[in-house]
Write a protein that binds this ligand. Structure first.
Ligand code: HEM
Ligand SMILES: *[C@@H]1O[C@H](CO)[C@@H](O)[C@H](O)[C@H]1NC(C)=O
Ligand SMILES: *[C@@H]1O[C@H](CO)[C@@H](O)[C@H](O)[C@H]1NC(C)=O
Ligand SMILES: *[C@@H]1O[C@H](CO)[C@@H](O)[C@H](O)[C@H]1NC(C)=O
Ligand SMILES: *[C@@H]1O[C@H](CO)[C@@H](O)[C@H](O)[C@H]1NC(C)=O
Length: 520
């Protein structure tokens, strides 16, 4: 029968096609595999699709997806994010190879879209490529902003803002839950902005209402933009299609922000000119200099280097890098304490024993509160707010884990995976601050590095630990804390750059009777 013959013929063609595609597929797999071997490149998940590479595999949150891929293909992976080659490492030894042995090679940053527009064309400390400009910015900030002396000078601001938060909480009816995420974030914005420029824009007693409104809008827009993942960084072709609008928003945001910061600089400049260099308070004490004042006085001696643009860039980096990170760490810590009341009570006993009830905890107490420090370490182990650090980039070819890594490869160090790996940490998802007791920090090296490591490591670590320690310690010392209901606090991670909590923390608190008088 004709149809029968036709059928066999079609079947035959289909079979041949199938056969050929199977052969082709096998050929592809083998060549891919052997070419990789031959070129000694790190393993990649299969397949690498044309144009998009591995973008189709990358679900949010990225640190969890990369950890899953690594569980199958090993701790050193080469991925293709569209047009960008990416090295993902997720073991302590591989991290050490990248951030210690090849520290200089990986001290570069990729020139991503947001860095180009918001990082003053990649000239700010966080986005500058490895080189003279970046080294200089690190040196200046180490001396003039992050030094123990400078941080000490501004300790009063931190204590003052924490006290205002405690007083605000005391006025809250104990049966009514408070939005702790918002309060902690506003605490950090006020602290950073006062240290930078002497201004506070959140809460009560805000002097310049209109300015504060503008500032809050800038902060909100920054979050809206950077919260959206930026595909254009990996698929340049898209920049000519839909993503143009994103670039427009980035440009508008930058203009808005620069205008705001410039006004602050001008205010300080006239203030500085009026007061002169040797400004002193009436009682003869040296005036406490804000960070902008410090940079402006450097500008007077070296105007070519300390341009207004450079100062604006520094103000914005400090605000962007310091606020959300510290606030989110405090929010995670408090959430963990609410779910583990026995830890909260142990921390409270430590503070009661070492500080007592007659005064509020202060920054000098922190070195005498090892359990509080263990809680902070354990929080940053479970919920590092930079789960993949900030992307690095190799400036030369180098070897990691025995594999060849080409130059110009973007590096993601999966700190989250390393710090939650059952091979390194017993019961890794369990909140157990005691595991840090008696743990020698130096020996632990690359198993725990919430602030990164090496040249590009976080310069704000000292400040962050003071701020988180003081904030969290004060909340524990002054209040009894309770979950909003019987239900445990939901600990899932939301999308976003600094690993935010998916659901903002709300909680109930009442002043501890022994502390109430100190808060009025
Ligand atoms: C809990 C709080 C904080 C955490 C967990 C944290 C973590 C980090 C991490 C993981 C990096 C990237 C390191 C790398 O790429 O290898 C970084 C970079 C940076 N951090 Fe922090 N940070 C915190 C607070 C702060 C604060 C308070 C400031 C300053 C006000 C700050 C300023 C910076 C800067 C300027 C960089 C860029 C350094 C560079 O590229 O050379 N950070 N931080
Ligand atoms: C990772 O793998 C686990 C178990 O294999 C799975 O439950 C989880 O959804 C995966 N997560 C991501 C982000 O792929
Ligand atoms: C950014 O820097 C590059 C190279 O240094 C330069 O070609 C470009 O014009 C700069 N762009 C802006 C907006 O300043
Ligand atoms: C903290 O309090 C103690 C005891 O009152 C005091 O000796 C110390 O100077 C205070 N430190 C700071 C930084 O205020
Ligand atoms: C917390 O971690 C740091 C960094 O690894 C370490 O130096 C320090 O000793 C730890 N502190 C405690 C109390 O475990």
């Amino acid at each position: 029968m004709a149809t029968g013959a036709d059928g066999t013929l079609r079947g035959g063609i289909a079979q041949t096609l199938l056969c050929y595609s199977a052969l082709f597929f096998a050929f592809w797999v083998f060549t891919d595999y052997f070419l990789r071997k031959l070129r000694r490149l790190p393993p990649s998940p299969f397949p690498t699709l044309p144009v998009i590479g591995h973008l189709h595999l990358l679900k949010k949150p990225l640190h969890r997806t990369l950890a899953n891929i690594s569980a199958r293909h090993g701790p050193v992976l080469l991925l293709q994010f569209g047009s960008r080659r990416v090295l993902s490492v997720s073991s302590p030894s591989a991290a050490e190879e990248c951030l210690a042995k090849n520290d200089i090679v990986f001290a570069n940053r990729p020139q991503l879209l947001a860095a180009k527009h918001l990082g003053n064309n990649c000239t700010t400390i966080s986005w500058a490529p490895y080189g003279d400009n970046w080294r200089n910015l690190r040196r200046i900030s180490a001396l003039e902003i992050f030094s123990a002396h400078r941080l000490q000078t501004l300790a009063g601001i931190r204590a003052d803002e924490v006290l205002l938060l405690l007083q605000r909480l005391r006025r809250n009816p104990p049966d009514q839950a408070v939005d702790m995420k918002a309060l902690l974030f506003e605490l950090m914005l006020n602290v950073m902005m006062r240290m930078i420029a002497g201004k506070r824009y959140y809460g009560e007693n805000v002097a310049e209402v209109e300015k504060a409104r503008r500032f809050r809008e800038i902060v909100a827009e920054t979050f809206r933009i950077t919260g959206a993942s930026n595909v254009a960084d990996f698929l340049p072709a898209l920049r000519w299609v839909g993503v143009r609008s994103l670039e427009k928003r980035l440009v508008a945001l930058k203009a808005n922000r620069d205008g705001f910061m410039q006004e602050l600089i001008e205010e300080h400049r006239t203030g500085l000119a009026a007061a002169g260099e040797s400004a002193s308070e009436p009682d003869g004490k040296k005036k406490k200099k804000t960070m902008v004042e410090v940079l402006l006085s450097l500008q007077q001696s070296e105007p070519i280097y300390y341009t207004d643009e450079m100062i604006r860039g520094m103000m914005i980096v400090l605000l962007a890098a310091g606020t959300d990170t510290s606030a989110a760490t405090m929010e995670w810590a408090l959430s963990l304490l609410l779910n583990n009341p026995h830890v909260l009570h142990k921390a409270q006993s430590e503070i009661d024993a070492r500080v007592g009830h007659d005064r509020l905890i202060n920054e000098s107490d922190l070195s005498d509160l090892p359990y509080l420090r263990c809680i902070i370490n354990e929080t940053m182990r479970l919920f590092p707010v930079g789960p993949l650090l900030v992307p690095h980039e190799s400036s030369e070819e180098c070897v990691v884990g025995g594999y060849r890594v080409p130059r110009g490869t973007m590096l993601l160090v999966n700190v989250w995976a390393i710090q939650n790996d059952p091979k390194t940490w017993a019961e890794p998802r369990k909140f157990m601050p005691e595991r840090f007791e008696g743990l020698d920090g130096s020996r632990d090296g690359f198993k725990f590095m919430p602030f990164g490591s090496g040249r590009r490591g976080c310069p704000g670590e000292g400040l962050a630990l003071k701020m988180v320690g003081l904030g969290l310690g004060s909340l524990i010392q002054c209040f009894e804390w309770e979950r909003e209901s019987e239900e445990m606090v939901d600990m899932s991670e939301g999308p976003g750059l600094t690993m935010p909590k998916a659901r903002p923390l709300t909680a109930k608190c009442r002043p501890r009777p022994a502390m109430a008088s100190l808060l009025s």
